[in-house]
Design a protein around this ligand. Sequence first.
Ligand code: EPZ
Length: 420
Amino acid sequence: MDKFLIQGGNVLKGAVRISGAKNAALPLLAATILAETPITITNVPNLKDVNTLVKLISGLGVTISYDNHDVVKADTSTLSNQFAPYELVKTMRASILVLGPLLARYGEAKVSLPGGCAIGSRPVDQHLKALEALGAHIEVDAGYVHAKVDGRLKGGEVIFDMVTVGGTENILMAAVLAEGVTTIRNAAREPEITDLANMLVKMGAKISGIDTDTLIVTGVERLSGCEYAVVADRIETGSYLAAAAMTGGCVRTTHTDPVLLESVLEKFEEMGAEVTRGDDWIELDMQGKRPKAVSFRTLPHPEFPTDMQAQIMAVNTIARGFSTISETIFENRFMHVPELSRMGANIEVEGNDATVTGVEKLSAAPVMATDLRASFSLVLAALAAEGETLVDRIYHIDRGYEKIEEKLQGLGAQIKRVSE
Ligand code: EPZ
């Protein structure tokens, strides 16, 4: 099992190229199922989760190629089944996103329930309720969702009980081929949903209200292929900018977009960092200063993203002062707290609220990654800690950060991957 060995104390400086967003690439790949003619997606990050979904789509009989660099080509004319097996879905829960497209185009699907993960139970009840509103017959049996529709899905009114990114994506991909008009209320507004909607429109879909919490979809008969580039990864961007804040350095993230993560950039400025925004780059200069602690609560976009909570908590552990963090999206997303505490962080957790008292210095200790974003927060802590930290179970981090040790080494970090 791979581990990272990180020598702390280096000030990170330089430029890092941001990859395509994992959380956009996954729904975009699922949407290839809707294309009647060949489709090409570029700027696809080479991640474990992406390769898992490519494998699952290939298992449907789709002719799909991924050059393991950044281009995916898919041709659905060879699709032969609508079955997404547990063996693959259990390793990558976003596989549930093939349900909507399969149902919309082929009238049936058998998709394994994704099950929970470290950060929460992650149910998909909202996905299923929304598909039923469009006329799907849904049965859950032996861990599988069996979905069928007589003829075509029918447009209708969908109101989500809570903001759900995956739920919004699934129903959007179903509604584009439904008969009639579908209104999706309380829709998620994450940039990755905008990216999906933009590609669907390029394929011939009729969607209005993009970027808002109410999407109106007029179903069409068929969708064709196109060429589409995945939007930049706003969470990867924020994670590398946090590395500059953590080490008092100056990092420029390129091939990204400041508009995608404005709520995070404002927190960096509140810390005392100098943030410069370009058209497709962002520079954070901490000017050798110790950051000021910042409080926040995670909320749906455009508010502060839950996927940046662990990383900013790591910065708060060495910041000046006291901060409070409320995690309102997931029920168990403080798994990084005990590991950060082993490194000397001073954090108290009460339910979904954490209070952090900044300390001057963290100290190296063997720690264990538990989930994707928690892993990055441990790497951040190790970059600033005295001594050499061993981070175990970094397979979590390989799910969502492309070439992470190369990118960090490029910024002057002393990090290496060891296999034991
Ligand atoms: C997406 O997960 C992201 N994953 C997550 O990123 C991200 O944290 C999350 O959205 C919130 O922004 C991908 O896009 C692949 P949700 P998703 O449905 O769609 C509850 C990362 O680190 N809920 O918006 O699964 C759910 O339990 C990952 O990159 C229901 O109760 O998240 C959660 O508490 C982690 N029933 C809340 O809603 C449902 O049917 C938000 O979940 C659906 C969701």
